[in-house]
Design a protein around this ligand. Structure first.
Ligand SMILES: [Zn+2]
Length: 607
C-alpha cells in the first residue's frame, strides 16, 4: 500500500509515502478478523505512533520495528537496510500474552478505552534491555529522565510487524489533524516549493514568533506543526495552545503563506535523536526545512544545547532530505529595541527581556500584565484564562456590606449552603492542582476551604502511617472537619488519595446525615502519565519495589463505583475540569446563580 506523490514535492523518507489505513470497504472484514485475536491495549504513546504509521508520517516504516531494525536503530541510527532512522518505534507486550500471540500470529490493537484500532501481523517477538536502549537513545539511564522512566515502566517484550489500521475515529483537534497526504495536497495547491516547519509543544511567545518569521523570510511557506500527542503533565494543554496559534496566525501572519496542522506524535524528550526524527517526519508531510533551535526536544540538562543541530552533520544531506534551519534563541533587547539573538545583539544579559515559565505563571497569577515585548496580549489573556487566573478571579473578594461581616448568617445565605467536594485519586493524578484551580475560580464567589491530604497528614493526622487502618482514620478525620465546616456554610474541597471505597462511603454518610451535600470526584490519569509527571521518582521507586504501601503500585486503590464526576487530567485541562465541576455545583444550587466573569471565561476555555 504505497503511492507515488507529485514530483514538485520533497520525496517522502525512503521514496514512497506509506499508507496503512484499510479502505472503508475492508474495515468490517478487519473488525471480524480481529475478534478471534488476542487483544492488546496500547498506551497513549503507542496509539500516537500507530496513528502516525497509519497515515505514512513514519514512512518508510509500515509497522512497529522488528528485532534487526530495532538493534540497528538503537545502536547506529539506521534501519537494517541503512536508511537513516533515529528513534525506535516499538510495541510492548505483557509477558502473559506471549503464548497466545505466538499461536495467533496477529494481535488486535486497541486503545485504553477498548476501541479497536487495527491489527498487527507479528513477524518478530523479542526482548529489549531498557537500560541499554536508554543509554543509546537518551544518553542516560537515569530514571529522572521522563523518556527513561517511561521505558522502565513498560514490559520488555516487544512485538514487531506490519500494521493495518481501521479508518481513524473522531479525535480531538480533528480539524487540524491533517495526514501527510492532506498537508502535501495543500502545499501543492499553494504552489510552495520551500516550506519551513515549526515543531512546538508550547505556547508561542514573541521569541518563537520571531523564529517562524525569520524562516518565512527564507521560504515560500510556513507549516506551524505543533504536537498533540502526549507531553509532560506540566506542559500547556493542546486546547489552550491551539487557541493561541489560531489567534496569532489570524492577526499577525500572512494567511496565504501559513498552514496550521497538528502532529499526533508523543514527546520522548530524546534531544538530538528526536530533532532528527522530527525532521524526517516533517519531510513526510512535504516540509523541506525544519526550524531546529537550541536544545530541541530536550529536557533538564541531559543534552548539550547545540547537539540537536549538530546531529544533522553526522549524515550526508541527501540521506536526510530535509534541512535544519539552525536558529539561536531570540529575545527582546531593550538596548537594540528589537528582537535579536546573541548572533545579532552585542548587549549584556541585563538588556535582554527573558522570563522563565515559572515567572510567567507568577505574573499571570498575580493578575499583572506580561510585557508586550515578551508575549502578545492575546496570548497572555488566553494563558491567564487557562490557568484559572482570569482578571475577575484574581481580585480580592468584594467586602460585605457594613454590619454584614463574613461568617454572619447573612453571609452564609449569600454563599448558599456548604458542601463537601471530595477529590479522590492516585498521587500525581492532579487533585491538588484541581483544588487550587477551584479556589481561584470560585473562591471569590463564596467561602471555600481546601483540606489537602499532605497538609492534614502533617498536622491533624501526624503520626498516622499507611496501613489500611491508619489511612481510614485519616480519611475519617478529614471527613469530620469537612462536615463541621460545610455545616457552617463553607464549601469544602478535599484532596486526599482516600484509596478505600468503604471509608469514602463513611465520609459521604457523615456529611449527608447532617444535611450536607457530598460530591465525589474521581481524579484520574493513566499510570504511565503519573510516572512521567512524577519528578520525585516515587512511582519509579515503588515500581522497583523500593517503597512499600505506595497506592496504585504496592497498595490497593479502589476505583469509585459511582462518583458524581470523573476527571481525567491527561485528557482535559484543569480549566475544563473546573468548568464541569462548577456547572455541577451550580446545578445542585451550591453556588450563587449568577456566573462571574471568571467562570464564564473558564467555560469558554473548556468549550
Ligand atoms: Zn541588543
Amino acid at each position: 500500500m504505497t503511492t507515488a506523490v507529485a514530483p514538485t514535492l520533497v520525496p517522502p523518507h525512503g521514496g514512497f509515502l506509506v499508507d496503512r489505513l484499510v479502505p472503508d470497504g475492508d474495515a468490517e472484514a478487519l473488525v471480524v478478523e480481529a475478534r478471534r485475536l488476542p487483544r492488546l491495549a496500547l498506551d497513549a504513546r503507542e496509539i500516537a505512533d500507530l496513528e502516525l504509521l497509519a497515515g505514512g508520517a513514519l514512512s518508510p516504516l509500515t509497522g512497529f520495528l522488528g528485532e534487526a531494525d530495532y538493534e540497528s536503530v538503537v545502536s547506529r541510527l539506521r534501519l537494517a537496510d541503512g536508511t537513516v532512522w533515529p528513534l525506535p518505534v516499538t510495541l510492548a507486550v505483557p509477558e502473559e500474552l506471549r503464548g497466545t500471540v505466538e499461536d495467533a500470529g496477529e494481535i488486535a490493537l486497541e486503545d485504553g478505552n477498548g476501541r479497536l484500532w487495527g491489527v498487527l501481523a507479528v513477524t518478530a517477538l523479542f526482548r529489549r534491555d531498557p537500560l541499554v536502549e536508554a543509554r543509546f537513545v537518551y544518553g542516560t539511564d537515569s530514571a529522572e529522565h521522563p523518556g527513561v522512566a517511561y521505558l522502565l515502566s513498560r514490559p520488555t517484550l516487544l512485538a514487531g510487524g506490519t500494521v493495518r489500521v481501521l479508518p481513524l475515529p473522531e479525535l480531538p483537534f480533528a480539524r487540524f489533524r491533517l495526514t501527510p497526504r492532506e498537508v502535501r495536497a495543500r502545499i501543492f495547491a499553494k504552489g510552495w516549493r520551500t516550506i519551513a516547519g515549526f515543531q512546538t509543544r508550547n505556547p508561542i511567545h514573541r521569541a518563537h514568533e520571531h523564529l517562524t518569521k525569520l524562516a518565512l523570510e527564507l521560504t515560500d511557506g510556513l507549516v506551524l506543526h505543533p504536537l498533540v500527542g502526549e507531553t509532560k503533565g506540566d506542559d500547556v494543554p493542546a486546547g489552550v495552545r491551539f487557541r493561541i496559534y489560531e489567534t496569532l496566525l489570524e492577526r499577525y501572519y500572512p494567511k496565504e503563506r501559513t498552514l496550521l496542522a497538528a502532529v499526533p506524535a508523543a514527546m520522548r524528550y530524546a534531544g538530538p535523536r528526536e530533532a532528527l526524527f522530527h525532521a524526517l517526519v516533517r519531510k513526510n508531510y512535504g516540509i523541506t526545512h525544519l526550524i531546529v533551535g537550541r536544545d530541541h526536544a530536550g529536557v533538564g540538562r541531559y543534552y548539550a544545547p547545540t547537539a540537536a543541530q549538530e546531529i544533522f552533520d553526522r549524515f550526508r544531506p541527501e540521506e536526510i532530505g530535509v534541512a535544519p534551519l539552525r536558529l539561536d534563541p531570540t529575545f527582546y533587547c531593550r538596548s537594540c529595541a528589537t528582537l535579536a539573538s546573541s548572533r545579532s545583539c552585542p548587549h549584556e544579559a541585563a538588556s535582554r527581556l527573558e522570563l522563565s515559565g515559572t515567572r510567567v505563571r507568577q505574573i499571570l497569577s498575580a493578575g499583572e500584565a506580561l510585557p508586550v515585548e515578551f508575549t502578545r496580549p492575546e496570548t497572555a489573556e488566553i494563558l491567564r484564562e487557562s490557568y484559572g487566573y482570569s482578571a475577575a478571579a484574581t481580585k480580592a473578594p468584594a467586602p460585605g456590606k457594613p454590619g454584614d461581616p463574613k461568617g454572619s448568617p447573612q453571609a452564609v445565605r449569600r454563599d448558599g449552603p456548604g458542601f463537601v467536594l471530595w477529590l479522590t485519586g492516585l498521587s500525581g493524578a492532579g487533585k491538588s492542582t484541581l483544588a487550587e484551580a477551584l479556589r481561584a475560580a470560585i473562591g471569590p464567589e463564596r467561602a471555600l476551604e481546601i483540606l489537602d491530604g499532605d497538609e492534614v497528614r502533617t498536622n491533624l493526622s501526624k503520626g498516622l502511617g499507611f496501613s489500611k487502618e491508619d489511612r481510614d482514620t485519616n480519611v475519617l478525620r478529614i471527613a469530620w472537619v469537612a462536615r463541621v465546616l460545610a455545616r457552617n456554610g463553607v464549601g469544602v474541597v478535599t484532596a486526599a488519595i482516600s484509596p478505600y471505597r468503604e471509608a469514602r462511603l463513611a465520609a459521604r454518610r457523615l456529611a449527608e446525615e447532617n444535611g450536607v451535600r457530598f460530591l465525589e470526584v474521581h481524579v484520574t490519569a493513566p499510570l504511565e502519565t503519573l510516572v512521567e509527571r512524577d519528578v520525585k521518582g516515587l512511582y519509579r521507586k515503588a515500581l522497583a519495589g523500593e517503597i512499600a504501601s505506595f497506592t496504585g503500585v504496592s497498595d490497593p486503590y479502589e476505583v469509585p463505583e459511582s462518583p458524581e464526576l470523573v476527571v481525567d487530567s491527561s485528557r482535559e485541562t484543569p480549566a475544563a475540569s473546573v468548568a464541569r465541576i462548577v456547572a455541577a455545583l451550580r446545578e445542585a444550587d451550591l453556588l450563587p446563580a449568577r456566573a462571574p466573569d471568571a467562570v464564564r471565561a473558564l467555560a469558554e476555555v473548556a468549550a
